[in-house]
Design a protein around this ligand. Structure first.
Ligand SMILES: [Zn+2]
Length: 328
């Protein structure tokens, strides 16, 4: 028995972009340090959501439409919901926190305070954050058939190195191991409305089609100069070595792997880092190909659409879903 993952738990596109960028970015670049820290935080957040996903799967929530990392446009700005589950009698909204340290929480009007490594930081109360998202969601659901379902918010702490200290007992603030039993309690708590399953799935699919993952064009935003990025085609086997082109194939300088189409992955990287449009000159630089005829030869085999005449031609890189190697 399992949930129906309408939006599955995958690495968010901005996190993938950040990983790809950092693999190529020179440590001399002034943004390197801050971006590395950002990557660490975002990977931890993603890891937290993944462990929550594991505990959710342990529960008996067969056929509950579930959406991970849903991001919708509200009336004024975007809002993001870590995990949303559509039960037949209520909607469950889960805010995930994957932070280390001693965490103290007052009532919802208060703050969340974290003590870690002799530092004290304050954040908005996670249930208050969840409540704000739930209000946005309510507005969004008004035209749907789902607005009569109550929305219940939970705040789940997923880091095994966090210690929770609640000033007032609150069963909606919990650690991930407690989630299956809390959901069972909630199923009993709400009056059975038995919303038709087909309506739930339809609404979940509508939410999915309105889902707009965040994508930050780092390169553009940070103005990273071309020369601060490592050029060339990475090996798809070890993911670490840069390849050289020899006799119609790419050979890894590190592990020696041979690969005829590694440039296709490099072009997908370009698409994520710079956008889908590129010229021959840009491709030549990014792929680090010296010979124009080699590039023509490679391009001929790709199903590009293009704009413009031969000289100033702009190629549109077709999207290849799930191209990113697993390890990244
Ligand atoms: Zn390699």
């Amino acid at each position: 028995m399992s949930t129906i993952d309408i939006i599955p738990l995958v690495k968010p596109p901005d996190l993938v972009a950040l990983q790809l960028l950092l693999r190529r970015l020179s440590t001399q670049n002034p943004h390197h340090y801050e971006l590395t820290n950002k990557l660490r935080r975002e990977l931890a957040g993603h890891y937290g959501e993944s462990t929550l996903g594991y505990y959710l799967k342990l529960g008996n929530h067969d056929d509950v439409p579930t959406l991970y990392g849903l991001r919708l446009r509200g009336r004024h700005n975007y809002f993001q919901i870590d995990t949303l589950m559509l039960f037949q009698n209520f909607i469950l909204l889960i805010e995930v926190k994957h932070i280390k340290g001693l965490i103290t929480l007052g009532n919802q009007k208060g703050k969340m305070v974290r003590f870690h490594k002799e530092r004290t930081e304050t954040f908005d109360h996670p249930l208050l954050q969840a409540k704000i998202q739930s209000n946005h969601l309510k507005e969004w659901l008004l035209p749907q058939n789902l607005h009569q379902l109550p929305i219940h918010c939970l705040s789940v702490f997923t880091n095994p190195h966090s210690i929770l200290q609640l000033e007032n007992p609150n069963e909606d603030i919990l650690v991930n191991i407690q989630i299956p039993s809390r959901i069972e309690e909630l199923k009993e708590l709400y009056p059975k409305s038995h919303m038709d399953q087909s309506i739930l799935i339809k609404a979940a699919k509508e939410l999915k089609s309105a889902h707009t993952p965040r994508h930050i064009p780092f390169i553009e935003k940070l103005g990273i100069p071309q020369e601060h990025l490592v050029k060339g085609v990475y090996c798809r086997q070890c993911l670490d070595g840069i390849t050289r082109r020899e006799k119609g194939t790419w050979i890894c300088g590190k592990c020696g792997h041979h690969d005829k189409s590694a440039h296709l992955t490099a072009l997908q990287e370009y698409r994520i880092l710079y956008g889908e449009r590129l010229t021959m000159g840009e491709a030549k630089k990014f792929l680090n190909i010296n010979s124009r005829s080699t590039l023509y030869h490679l391009f001929k085999k790709i199903d590009f659409t293009f704009q413009g005449t031969k000289r100033g031609r702009v190629y549109i890189i077709p999207e290849q879903k799930q191209f990113v190697p697993q390890k990244l």
